[in-house]
Design a protein around this ligand. Structure first.
Ligand SMILES: Cc1ncc(COP(=O)(O)O)c(C=O)c1O
Length: 457
């Protein structure tokens, strides 16, 4: 946003520079301040908004230039006629004060060079794809992906001559190598990952993907960037930029928004990649609105509190559920911390056991927590799952996740109803599966709710 005007430059050029906020306090002495501290004020200077402690919501479609020369200077920066890019704000399809503060704060959690805010998770993903692909390119992705992302790649981009190849989310280095090798006969626009995968919870080995990409494209003129949907575990429990990803994608609708009252998206990563995506966003206008950005700023102040509490609650609820005699299995990532021997390993076939071992290894290298969204497989089928869902009294029957309140849904009958039977079985989306996203309520109250709902099954 704004700053004390640079008198020297103004004197020299006759152009009044656009204003930016006073320098952020991100260190005290030798101490680097933590994201949870920076969420309260980073990127906003109250002195520029009548002393307002919180940023006002800037409802404007356009921004006034101080003089004609400043306007010209701005557009010289936009068009690249002057190096250094454009400073300041010009039009609200490109950016606004609330969105800029949000972007500054979003980047902090993962020490990203730059960040962009979008009107939804899907508009973030679509803008990312559109900014990278050309006809004839291939997108290599992990599978499964969130259903709308799969539709976007296969059905929408497919119509414009974009191809795709995938590897399973839990793939080994050799399996990833084989798919990238095959794809590298043409131009690979992007390697796109989702970890944990929706709805299987399978983790992707981001380090192995990065090593494979670096090896296979070692002599190539350009290396495809690695982007990853980090909605389920980020930014608290999984930080893929540290494991070799170039870009991280979010549905901010989930944990970042955190109150089930907004829809938004984000992309973070290196400045060079973000600039390309920003240019596409400027063109098609997929930025989030100022009101949503303001709501997200409020949400980010409590992000760590909410995610920590939800994560602790989920660990307690899952520990209770896995010993219950009406429960067949609990697919909760936190159990991976115990290793493959912790959960049902004795009865597993060798291939399943090897896979469980690999998942535990990925978890230990990449994740610092198991999240608060998990799969509950009840003994029985649809009837048992429905009786459980209908008996819940605190948890609400709704899709989505990452809110303050606990939600439960039936993927086979709801979100994945249109998925063909064979694929649904392969993904483990059986009739006895209930997906649960744990909120920040009291853990013992949630356990009491689960207990009485299981009694009704
Ligand atoms: C993993 C994942 N990615 C992306 C999205 C899409 O986000 P949005 O609904 O904000 O467009 C979702 C939505 O559920 C999701 O679960």
């Amino acid at each position: 946003m704004t700053d004390t005007p640079d008198e020297t430059e103004a004197d020299m050029t006759g152009v009044e520079p656009r204003r930016t906020p006073k320098p952020a306090v991100d260190r005290i002495g030798g101490r680097k301040l933590r994201p949870s501290t920076l969420m309260m004020g980073h990127g906003f200077d109250p002195a520029l908004s009548e002393g307002s402690l919180k940023p006002p919501i800037f409802l404007t479609s356009t921004f006034v230039f101080p003089d004609a020369a400043s306007g010209k200077r701005h557009f010289e920066g936009v068009t690249g006629k002057r190096p250094g890019g454009a400073e300041g704000l010009v039009y609200s399809r490109f950016n606004g004060p609330n969105q800029e503060i949000l972007e500054d704060r979003l980047g902090i959690w993962e020490e990203a060079e730059d960040a962009l805010a979008f009107s939804s998770g899907m508009s973030a993903i679509a803008t990312l794809f559109l900014s990278m692909v050309r006809p004839g390119d291939t997108i290599v992705h992990s599978g499964p992906l969130y259903a709308a992302t799969e539709t976007l790649i296969a059905r929408v981009l497919g119509k414009f001559g974009i191809h795709w190849l995938d590897f399973p989310a839990g793939a080994t280095r050799e399996e990833i190598d084989a798919v990238l090798q095959k794809a590298s006969s043409g131009r690979v626009a992007l390697i796109y990952l989702e970890s944990p995968a929706n709805p299987t919870n399978a983790l992707v080995d981001v380090e192995a993907v990065a090593a494979s990409r670096d090896a296979i494209f070692a002599g190539a003129a350009e290396k495809p960037p690695i982007a990853i949907d980090n909605t389920f575990l980020g930014p608290l429990w999984h930080q893929p930029l540290k494991h070799g990803a170039d870009l991280v994608v979010y549905s901010l609708t989930k944990y970042a928004g955190g109150h089930s009252d907004l829809v938004a998206g984000g992309v973070l990563g290196s400045k060079a990649h973000i600039d390309v995506i920003r240019s596409m966003r400027n063109t098609i206008g997929t930025i989030c609105d100022p009101n949503t950005a303001w709501m997200l700023l409020r949400s980010l102040e409590t992000l760590e509190l909410r995610m920590s509490r939800a994560g602790e609650n989920a660990a307690k609820v899952c520990a209770y559920l896995r010993d219950h005699d009406k429960v067949e299995h609990v697919g909760y990532l936190g159990f991976l911390a115990e290793g493959p021997d912790g959960d049902d390993a004795e009865e597993d076939a060798p291939a399943t056991h090897a896979n469980a071992r690999r998942q535990a290894d990925i978890y230990r290298r990449h994740c610092s927590g198991g999240g608060s969204t998990f799969s509950l497989y009840l003994k029985g089928g649809e009837a048992e799952a429905f009786r459980f869902l209908d008996a819940l009294r605190i948890a609400k029957l709704a899709v989505s996740l990452g809110g303050t309140e606990t939600l439960a849904s039936h993927p086979a009958g709801m979100t994945h109803l249109s998925v063909p039977d064979a694929r649904r079985q392969a993904l483990g989306i059986t009739d006895n599966l209930v997906r649960i996203s744990i909120g920040v309520e009291d853990a013992d109250d949630l356990i009491a709710d689960m207990e009485q709902a299981l009694a009704a099954v």
